[in-house]
Design a protein around this ligand. Structure first.
Ligand SMILES: Cc1cc2nc3c(=O)[nH]c(=O)nc-3n(C[C@H](O)[C@H](O)[C@H](O)COP(=O)(O)O)c2cc1C
Ligand code: SF4
Ligand code: SF4
Length: 270
């Protein structure tokens, strides 16, 4: 008997949040139960320990970074206690591929004590770009999310929901996806950071939305920690003042934009 449906997610540019909340809202409606929300995008939320029970159903989402679950989240993810709650791992990817990310999220949640009964991979606007998978998840994606939730609810109600969902991807996972530079060799963009131009009016939004807490509030041109290139500060800057100059990063972004022009499919497993 499901008593509470949770939307739990990390979402720097809101595509995971939108998708996970839509699935959770539909499930809440069908089960006519309570809804909970746990947003662990910001550092303070990742200091708490979250614990569930067998009466909970948790729609659990992360973006895909380099074909995997973002590695900065791993220490936090291992602290979550499933206690046999049902979980739906959901990953959002930017029209390239989710590679091993969904299998990895399913494995982590299983190790946390969740029963992963279904899973989904949805397309979201790419964090590096404002044209790649632009505007996704869109209305069609969200209608697909509704259908997924309805089918899942029916399976939970009639007792046919799975005890462990099989999904594509290696388990255990091996490599992270490595982007390539103009010469075809792998590039390392881990140290790349954006710069700030003269349009900046010091509103401080970029510092507020950084999931790593890495932009100085006193001077938004300064970094106080690592940058994971999540795109939040760039996309949420009202003045469009943040920009990249790194040649390899710019090449990779343009290469993705030029190659991945076809609409990527969302997929679900039940
Ligand atoms: C560091 C980084 C690596 C990424 N790697 C991939 C990838 O391997 N495949 C892909 O399709 N999208 C990739 N993306 C795009 C994100 O998965 C996509 O934009 C997602 O919708 C972002 O989720 P959010 O809006 O919840 O933050 C990457 C984004 C970032 C920031
Ligand atoms: S969000 Fe943009 S305008 Fe506001 S402080 Fe940051 S860079 Fe400046
Ligand atoms: S500084 Fe880096 S980690 Fe922080 S919001 Fe900007 S892109 Fe994301």
């Amino acid at each position: 008997m499901i008593e509470k449906v949770w939307a739990m997610y990390f979402s720097a540019t809101d595509t995971t949040k939108t998708t996970v909340c839509r699935i959770a809202d539909k499930l809440t409606e069908v089960f006519a139960c309570e809804k909970g929300e746990c947003d662990f995008t910001y550092p303070e939320a990742r200091e708490k320990v979250y614990s569930f029970s067998e009466h909970d159903l948790v729609v659990f989402g992360t973006p895909v970074y380099a074909g995997r679950v973002p590695n900065v989240l791993l220490p936090f993810l291992r602290t979550v206690c499933g206690n046999n709650a049902l979980a739906i791992p959901v990953v959002l990817f930017g029209n390239r591929n989710f590679d091993d990310a969904l299998a990895e999220l399913r494995d982590i949640l299983s190790e946390d004590g969740f029963v992963c009964t279904a899973a989904a991979a949805f397309v979201g606007e790419h964090a590096f770009s404002d044209v790649l998978a632009k505007g996704r998840p869109d209305e069609d994606d969200l209608a697909f999310a509704d259908q997924f939730a309805l089918k899942l609810a029916a399976m939970v109600c009639n007792g046919t929901a799975k005890n462990r969902i099989e999904v594509p991807g290696e388990s255990p996972q091996s490599e992270y996806f490595k982007p390539k530079g103009p010469d075809g060799n792998p590039i390392d963009i881990r140290r790349v950071k954006s710069y700030v131009n003269e349009n900046c009016d010091n509103c401080g939004i970029c510092a507020e939305v950084c999931p790593m807490g890495s932009i100085s509030r006193a001077d938004v041109r300064e970094y106080t920690g690592i940058c994971i290139k999540c795109g939040a500060c760039v996309k949420k800057c009202p003045q469009k003042a943040r920009y990249y100059t790194d040649k390899n990063f710019l090449f990779h972004r343009e290469d993705l934009e030029n190659r991945l022009t076809e609409r990527g499919e969302c997929s679900v497993w039940l």
